[in-house]
Write a protein that binds this ligand. Structure first.
Ligand code: SAM
Length: 211
């Protein structure tokens, strides 16, 4: 639409994103990979949706598991294309959707687990939460990773990758208790909430919610 700003994520090359996220003073790609493997082990979902899937960080843990449906969603078509190229052969029933989560609609009650790691910082939280509630099967689960504020580091850490700086005016940290309140208003009940502290000093909340 004329006058509407392009989503800044469309301006970040995948190499820059991955280089930034795995830099020694960031180390978030590695942490998110571990979180993803943990939820697969903990919940063994048969149908799974990954919101903000990038190029499939952690998707190697899907190989050798059985799913009726695995959906990865991201707004950046270059990320979803790369994810498809890497994993479509090895992960049966994988579907990659390039879409804006603020606009996307899916069929109700189709997922055992929806994983949303560092995505709520970039979308309309309430709108996406209510869609997640609908997309989950009864007894389905939402797992989230939220970034916490950090005194000695900006929300977007300083690295050699300048393109990620477009996120600075766009990223909006989500307060975990406020998030929990909004989720529970929708009957997504918090089962577990853990703080993750990286050696870089950055802090995150990992939480599981049950429908
Ligand atoms: C910080 S990364 C997510 C990290 C990833 N979940 C992981 O576990 O490694 C945020 C991702 O969300 C995507 N994204 C941001 N806004 C979006 C939107 N409105 N709709 C869909 N994807 C979006 C970005 O393109 C980016 O790939």
């Amino acid at each position: 639409m004329k006058g509407e700003m392009e989503n800044p994520w469309l301006q970040i090359p995948l190499e820059d994103y991955e280089g930034h996220m795995s830099a020694s003073n960031v180390q978030q790609l590695q942490m998110l990979d571990v979180v993803f493997e943990d939820i697969l082990n903990e919940f063994s979902p048969k149908s799974l949706c990954v919101l903000g899937a990038t190029a499939g960080n952690g998707f190697q843990h899907l190989i050798q598991r059985t799913f009726n449906r695995v959906v990865g969603i991201d707004i950046n078509f270059k990320y979803t294309a790369e994810c498809r190229a890497w994993f479509i052969q090895d992960v049966p029933n994988l579907q990659l959707i390039c879409a804006d989560l603020n606009e996307l609609e899916l069929t109700d009650s189709i997922f055992d687990l929806i994983h949303a790691a560092l995505i709520f910082e970039y979308v309309d939280v309430e709108k996406l939460l209510s869609k997640i509630y609908r997309w989950l099967k009864p007894d389905g689960r939402l797992s989230v990773v939220l970034q916490l504020p950090c005194e000695n580091s900006a929300a977007v850490s300083e690295t050699q990758y300048q393109s990620v700086k477009v996120l600075e005016p766009f990223i909006k940290l989500v307060e975990p208790d406020e998030f929990k309140r909004k989720a529970e208003e929708l009957q997504l009940i918090c089962e577990e909430k853990t703080e993750i502290i990286l050696s870089t000093g950055k802090r995150f909340i990992k939480a599981y919610f049950k429908k």
